[in-house]
Design a protein around this ligand. Structure first.
Ligand SMILES: Cc1cc2nc3c(=O)[nH]c(=O)nc-3n(C[C@H](O)[C@H](O)[C@H](O)COP(=O)(O)OP(=O)(O)OC[C@H]3O[C@@H](n4cnc5c(N)ncnc54)[C@H](O)[C@@H]3O)c2cc1C
Length: 456
């Protein structure tokens, strides 16, 4: 077989890899992209898209169950998981086809196979070598488990949970981070008894304490049990169920255990270390231009330490393609990447938590606007709040929101944070009534010293 050369050889066709390929090809670079499974990676096939389809089905179930409270005569007869899965799979497959068509149309050389980075800017696939002027490592991540906890049977990760063919009666979710609370939310809406176990003191521990407390309150109201600040010690499964043991001595009986304890980088079997790529706890550290320690070798997406989010991967992929094409893009500010947890109620944030802001900027101010003053939120019958943190008499440093549908507000919140807006700048903007965006406007009006619909 003859060897190939290209401007850009990309290992991995997930969010980071394919975004890099598409932008690179758009900029006139010759691109080879190697993928061993399915184009689109975790996000499209096992992550963002299928889980958000499940969450939407869960919202429909809640609406059916709660119709009476809006004067609409509905009842939830039950959940047909084969119907839910075919709806979810149809969304994934439509997007998968679209993405395949897009890659084909951009003249990208798509190589199916297990690739290995062998150094010298070269990736080897089934004996064929692809050498790039530049190589981009984008092999993504896998669901972690804990020592002694084997995945199989009634013990699953999100990879299996996303395709479950039944609604479990009782579930334990190990891990109260984003993935854990999203599945907890889906299953509760579908009628399961759910218990979340989190070793840290709060659910969604990466978020501002205020959001964590609010989410815990909302989960309590929804009947989602959770145990925080307690370590898991073991699980035993039998034909009848799975018994989950905690350090406190407590045991919880369930039908299913979801292990959602974070995601590790896929870097062990792709040749990185042998080829001289520096690894840190398995991740690939980079500089702000996403360069690894090796010349002309970049890394993007979940293998790079930081937020493991699809839109971060897209942005990094685009950044690298533009950098290679000589456009000198501005490095990505990790703090300015929006974060949304799509459970009910949703949690959304951008920028620094109050504690981080205080640590980095000294004196800060914060203001919390309760959604009880927001018309649209009352129409939706949601509780929640918008919290804004700013440096004393300075720009906004962080925005933290909780409530039904607040994920959609993060678009405006990220503009406020990334454009370093002051409360006065935002207070001058007119927000459409009645929308939840008004809550953002009101919070900034209050910070600017002219509150409208706020008490106290
Ligand atoms: C349950 C779940 C829900 C999520 N929800 C969200 C969400 O709502 N929003 C959000 O922003 N993020 C979400 N994420 C995270 C998101 O999926 C990841 O951040 C994103 O997919 C990372 O992109 P990536 O390109 O780094 O890796 P991946 O998407 O994992 O892609 C890596 C690709 O590389 C391929 N590959 C690996 N090794 C090789 C090799 N040796 N040779 C060839 N190919 C290889 C893999 O097959 C894979 O296709 C979720 C994740 C999970 C698990």
């Amino acid at each position: 077989m003859t060897d190939s050369t290209a401007d850009l050889v990309i290992l991995g066709g997930g969010s980071g890899g394919y975004a890099c390929a598409l932008r690179g090809a758009q900029l006139g670079l010759s691109v080879v992209m190697v993928e061993k499974d399915k184009l689109g990676g975790t996000c499209l096939h096992r992550g963002c898209i299928p889980t958000k389809a499940l969450l939407h089905a869960a919202e429909v179930a809640d609406s059916a169950r709660d119709g009476e409270s809006f004067g609409v005569k509905t009842a939830l007869e039950g959940i047909d998981m084969s119907g839910v899965n075919s709806y979810k799979d149809s969304v994934v497959s439509k997007m998968y086809k679209g993405l395949q068509g897009l890659v084909k149309s951009r003249d990208i050389t798509y190589v199916e196979g297990d690739g290995r980075f062998v150094g010298e800017r070269t990736v080897e696939v089934d004996g064929q070598r692809y050498t790039g002027r530049h190589v981009v490592l984008a092999t993504g991540s896998y669901a972690r488990t804990l020592p002694g906890l084997d995945i199989g049977g009634r013990v699953v990760t999100s990879d299996q949970a996303v395709n479950l063919d039944h609604v479990p009666d009782r579930v334990v979710v190990l891990g109260g981070g984003v993935i854990g609370v999203e599945f907890a939310s889906v299953w509760r809406s579908f009628g399961s008894e759910v218990t979340v176990v989190e070793a840290l003191p709060n659910l969604v521990p990466a978020e501002d304490d205020f959001l964590a407390k609010q989410l815990e309150r909302a989960f309590r109201r929804r009947g989602i049990a959770f145990k925080t600040g307690v370590k898991f010690t073991g699980a035993e499964q039998s034909d009848a169920g799975v018994t989950v043991s905690l350090e406190s001595g407590e045991q919880i009986e369930a039908d299913l255990l979801l292990v959602a304890v974070g995601r590790g980088p896929n870097t062990a079997s792709a040749g990185y270390e042998e080829a001289g790529v520096t690894l840190q706890h398995g991740f690939v550290p980079t500089d702000e231009r996403l360069r690894t320690n090796l010349d002309s070798v970049y890394a993007v997406g979940d293998i790079v330490p930081g937020l493991q989010l699809a839109h971060r991967g897209f942005a990094q992929g685009i950044f690298v393609a533009e950098d290679i094409a000589g456009l000198r893009p501005t490095p990505i500010d990790e703090d300015g990447i929006p974060r949304v947890t799509y459970c009910e109620p949703e949690v959304a944030s951008v920028g620094l938590t109050e504690a981080q802001a205080r640590q980095r900027h000294g004196e800060v101010e914060s203001l919390t606007y309760d959604l009880s003053g927001n018309g649209k939120s009352q129409i939706l019958q949601t509780r929640g709040a918008v919290k804004v943190v700013r440096s004393k008499d300075g720009p906004v440093l962080g925005i933290h929101m909780i409530g039904t549908r607040v994920g959609e507000l993060v678009g405006e919140a990220q503009l406020i944070f990334n454009w370093e807006a002051y409360a006065d700048d935002v207070a001058a903007l007119v927000h459409a009534h009645p929308t939840q965006t008004e809550a953002l406007g009101e919070a900034h009006l209050a910070l600017a010293g002219k509150p409208l619909h706020s008490h106290g």
